[in-house]
Design a protein around this ligand. Structure first.
Ligand code: PRP
Length: 181
């Protein structure tokens, strides 16, 4: 458990460091089993996915290669619009490879919807998604997500990669940001 007082602004812990570690282990095992003997590439979406990618990839026994994309979603305030610009593209060719996109959170689904279309047009053998967190209530487009860590309640959550104005990403747990829900 999280010892001591919560960081300023956090009203409640939703998922502890231990709960996250256990779920990561379960996801890693499923992915290892599902992609056994296949040419798997993990693709992380910066920046929020850094934590989950670091833990997930190290929990996998198959030692999969990792690549990164950075995208910018145009929108008003905190709402994404579905119009996405690539800030950093993949370094490698994904033709014929099995791609697993690793995300910290799927909210409206707009970023992922665009990303799946984009990656799908590059000739990958398959493109699937693993997200650590999902906001079921927020979905504006349905995107197929093969692996989900945890479903979230309708609150503004931070930690384990999730930020508010670039703060709280490094918290080892996920908590509710007070007065934002
Ligand atoms: C977050 C997250 C997803 C996207 C999900 O990224 O990492 O990429 O939002 O939102 P959506 O489902 O509503 O499209 P963000 O743009 O906040 O960037 P970050 O990872 O750098 O925090």
């Amino acid at each position: 458990m999280t010892a001591g007082p919560l960081p300023e602004g956090i009203s409640e812990v939703l998922f502890t460091r231990e709960q996250i570690a256990q779920r990561i282990g379960e996801l890693a095992k499923s992915i290892d089993d599902d992609y056994a003997d296949q040419d798997l590439l993990l693709v992380g979406v910066l920046k929020g996915a850094v934590m989950v990618m670091a833990d997930l990839s190290r929990a996998m026994v198959s030692d999969p290669p990792v690549d990164w994309m950075a995208v910018s979603s145009y929108g008003t305030g905190t709402r994404s619009s579905g119009v996405v610009r690539i800030l950093k593209d993949l370094d490698c060719d994904i033709t014929g490879r099995h791609v697993l996109v690793v995300e910290d959170i799927v909210d409206s689904g707009l970023t992922l919807s665009w990303l799946l279309r984009n990656l799908g047009s590059r000739g990958a053998a398959s493109v699937e998604v693993c997200t650590m967190f999902r906001k079921p209530g927020g979905a504006r487009v349905q995107v197929p997500v093969k692996y989900v860590g945890f479903d979230l309640p309708p609150a503004f959550v931070v930690g384990y990669g999730l930020d508010h104005a670039e703060r709280y990403r490094s918290l080892p747990f996920v908590g509710v940001l007070a007065d934002k829900g």
